[in-house]
Each structure stands twice: as C-alpha cells, then as structure tokens.
Design a protein around this ligand. Structure first.
Ligand SMILES: Cc1cc2nc3c(=O)[nH]c(=O)nc-3n(C[C@H](O)[C@H](O)[C@H](O)COP(=O)(O)O)c2cc1C
Length: 342
C-alpha cells in the first residue's frame, strides 16, 4: 500500500506484518530508552532559519570514495530482511537503486554481497562485515567485497553479542526462524569479543578498500579510528538496539565540535524527517544513514515503498533547506542551531 509520509509508512507496516516481526524491527535494547533518546535528542534541537538566501538551486553532491552521491543520504546496513518481504535485501537494493541511493548490506543479512551484485551489477551497494568469524573468514569477505567493487568496507563493532530487547522477548519472537536465507550464518560470533584495535591494522594491511568502523560514540574510539587509519567514521548506536542507556549520536557530535576531524563522518539514528538531516549536518555530519524507515517502506509497498521513503526524505530535505535558508553544505554549521532548551 502507498504512503505519503514516513510516519504513515510506519503505521501501515505495523498493520501489515505480524506483531512479533514488527516488534523485532522496532525494538531497542532493554526498554527502548536509547532508541527513543535518539529521536528525542534530535527533537530538542532547534534550527535558526535565514531569509532571502537565493537558494533556488540546492547542491548536495559529494564524492564518496569511488562513487558520487547526489544526496547526503545512505541506507544503513540491516540484517535478516527476508522476514519483512519475500526477497528482502534484493527488493531493498532495487528500491534504493531507483533513487540512486548508496546502500550498505550486512553479513547478518540473508543474501551475500556477491549475490546482490550479480543481480544488480550497476547498483550502488557497499558491504558491511560483522567480525563474527576468524580472520580467514573475514579475509574471504574482504575479497568478495573487492571482487564486486564495494566502494568502501564497513565494519560493525557495536554489536558483539545479542542484546536483551524487552519488546522482542515479550513477543516470544525469534527472527532466525522467519524468512528465507540465501547466505550462510556467520561462522562464530564469539570472535567479535576477541578482537581489539589491532584488528583494524590487520584489515588495513589486507585491503586498499576504504575502511569505515561503525558504532563510534566515544572520543577515544574516534581518535583510535583515526590512528588506525580508518577512511571514514560512522557514528551510531545501532539505532538503540544494542546497548541501552547509551548516549545518542547528537550528544557525541556536540562534543566532537572542538576536535578538528578531517575524516568523512556518517551518522545514523532517529532520522524520520527532512529537518533531522539538516540538524545532523549542522552538527558536523557529511552523510546520514537511514535504518528502520526503509524497512517500513519495504513492508508497506516492497521495492516501490523503499524508493518512496528515500524520495520523501529527499523532497523534505530540499523543501526544509529552502524554507530555512540553506543553499549548500557550507551553510550547515553549529551557528544555525540552538542546542539547549531555550
Ligand atoms: C532491523 C535492523 C537490523 C539491523 N542490522 C544491522 C546490521 O546488520 N549491521 C549494522 O551495522 N547495523 C544494523 N542495524 C543498525 C542500523 O544500521 C542503523 O544503525 C540504525 O537502524 C539507525 O537507526 P534508525 O533505525 O533509527 O534509522 C540494524 C537496525 C535495524 C533496525
């Protein structure tokens, strides 16, 4: 079914799919505090508009390593998508392709990178690896990413073990039992607890692909990412799904202001509106990632639904920029925000 806003997509998705599946998608760790905080911290920020800025022609193009992005929006990696729709990841990849959006796909997904790239050789999709295996397994995933020309390689480090999600538990739902699987389960998640920062040095020796650690929320971890030569930084708390009571991306971006970070910053968590994107960009992000809303689109209306989510966000971003007096990336800065409760 079609929808006109992201919130309408969410309520359609909720009506359309079984309760346990929807709760698995929407739950955060424990009682969802951090999931809600991601959204409420964004809501607290206010934007100071400008007028007469001659902003009829908004330009948001940027290079992302080997590819070009027309908008600063990407699809965040999400696993187990065939629970939501028969062809899950493949349908999502087709949906973002139509909107020329870069999407990250995950080793926790039901389809491998090679499978997706064989089906959609020209699509802008990138691979994200969980360190859920020994180095030989990880090296094999790196080779697949290289062979099929992933523009970058993302490593998700903020989810070494399964979290306790009350909504999910109380639904007595086990995601692994639903939806088809065309890609094997990772060999052994326990490896994630055995790696430290040397892991990144090892990865950098194994490949020339740009490396992006995902799950950064701590200044020392951000410094380490730079020290170990990461090519971009992904600030995220996994949409509040893994570690409850964690700080929000908004909080760490505010702290990062005094450091002169020269790496590209991707941030995700809680984006539901065009103005949320402006806020993250003014806080220093170069690119924002969208998670759950893409799946609301997938559930509600398959491939078209996924495209529609990104189309709506693009249109909301442009109209908000024009009404708020923003012309291009250079207008995004802290001075345009009120961060406290004024
Ligand atoms: C259903 C679901 C599955 C996810 N799976 C992954 C994953 O496989 N890898 C990963 O790095 N992050 C994963 N995430 C986290 C997202 O990449 C992203 O950080 C988060 O969804 C952003 O918050 P939002 O949903 O509020 O947009 C998942 C999130 C959801 C909702």
């Amino acid at each position: 079914m079609n929808f006109t806003t992201l919130r309408e997509a969410e309520s359609l998705a909720k009506k359309k799919i079984r309760k346990g599946t929807f709760n698995w998608l929407n739950s955060g760790a424990e009682d969802d505090f951090t999931y809600r905080k991601n959204i409420s911290d964004l809501e607290k920020i206010k934007i100071i508009p400008r007028i007469l800025t001659k902003n009829h022609n908004i330009v948001l193009k940027q290079d992302f390593f080997s590819i070009k992005l027309n908008f600063p929006i990407v699809l965040s990696p999400m696993g187990h998508q065939t629970q939501f729709e028969k062809n899950g990841e493949l349908t999502t990849a087709k949906g973002i392709d139509k909107e020329n959006i870069l999407g990250f796909f995950s080793t926790q997904g039901r389809m491998g990178y090679d499978f997706l790239k064989r089906k959609l050789p020209k699509s802008k999709i990138a691979w994200q690896i969980f360190p859920f295996g020994d180095k030989s397994w990880i090296e094999n995933e790196i080779r697949v990413a290289e062979k099929f020309k992933s523009p970058a390689l993302c490593f998700c480090f903020d989810a070494p073990v399964r979290s306790h999600r009350y909504l999910d538990r109380e639904s007595r739902y086990d995601a692994r039992k639903y939806g088809k699987r065309l890609y094997p389960v990772s060999p052994d998640a326990a490896f994630a607890l055995t790696y430290d920062w040397e892991f990144l040095s090892w990865v950098k020796k194994k490949t020339t692909l740009p490396i992006i650690p995902k799950g950064l929320l701590n200044i020392d971890d951000i410094k380490n990412s730079i020290k170990y030569k990461s090519d971009a930084l992904w600030i995220s708390n996994h949409g509040g799904r893994m570690f409850n009571s964690s700080i929000s991306p908004v909080y760490i971006l505010k702290k990062l202001k005094k450091y002169n970070i020269r790496k590209k910053i991707i941030v995700d968590g809680g984006i539901r509106k065009g103005t949320d994107i402006i806020k993250y960009m003014c806080l220093g992000a170069d690119i924002v990632g969208v998670g759950r809303p893409a799946i609301y689109g997938l559930i509600s209306n398959g491939q078209l639904g996924v495209s529609q989510i990104f189309n709506i966000l693009k249109k909301e971003l442009i109209s908000a920029m024009q009404n708020g007096g923003f012309k291009s990336k250079t207008d995004f800065n802290f001075k345009r925000l009120i961060l406290d409760d004024e």
